[in-house]
Ligand binder design. Structure first.
Ligand code: GDP
Ligand code: MG
Length: 176
């Protein structure tokens, strides 16, 4: 199992001066910062990170249960999420981000997700980054035709972490 996870602090977190506070949540949970860099994200990397041509990825966006949807509903859901990914590109490219690799002994990917909270800050528990520091919601951001500003990206699975570390840090998964 992967002993690392990949995170970036999104432009809203950097703009709101929350870099130190966000990293503190990870450190207090026992995770260690292995690599860290503030960067201006480039379009090509963001396009690969949030692909527009991967149907399965588009359908899992937002982590909703789509098992009961009819073909017509599924099509509408796909189109809506495709739009969200385009908005997501704009959001992540709107300013500097802070990318990092976090390490931990026991399933750091799941630990990081727990510390981060749910995708929608409005649904995130107190004590989590998005629950405590988030000021946006799906309802508000959808109405304003933007991606939901939720402060951080965190890998969803160990395989996603490996892919993302390679993409953003240009290296293969390698335990130090
Ligand atoms: P994450 O892994 O928790 O970041 O969530 P996803 O990978 O499913 O989605 C990527 C990002 O897209 C989220 O972090 C949000 O910024 C945004 N997002 C996802 N679903 C929605 C939605 O339904 N509405 C809006 N406005 N933004 C969304
Ligand atoms: Mg995700």
């Amino acid at each position: 199992m992967s002993s690392r996870s990949f995170v970036f602090i999104k432009p809203d977190g950097v703009r709101r001066n929350l870099i130190g506070e966000i990293i503190g949540y990870f450190e207090k949970a026992g995770l260690k910062v292995d690599k860290l860099q503030k960067i201006e994200p480039d379009e090509a990397t963001v396009n690969k990170h949030y692909p527009l041509d991967d149907r399965d990825y588009i359908l899992t966006l937002g982590h909703r249960d789509i098992s009961g949807l009819s073909d017509k509903e599924l099509k509408a859901f796909y189109q809506k999420n495709l739009e969200v990914v385009k908005r997501l590109h704009k959001y992540v490219l709107s300013g500097p981000i802070v990318k990092m690799i976090l390490i931990g002994t026991e399933n750091p990917v799941a630990k990081v997700r727990e510390v981060v909270g749910k995708t929608n800050p409005a649904d995130s528990p107190k004590g989590s980054i998005r629950g405590d520091l988030g000021i946006d919601s799906f309802v508000k951001s959808d109405a304003e035709e933007r991606a939901c500003e939720n402060l951080v990206h965190a890998s969803g699975t160990p395989a996603e972490a490996e892919r993302e570390i390679k993409l953003w840090f240009g290296e293969d998964f390698n335990v130090i």
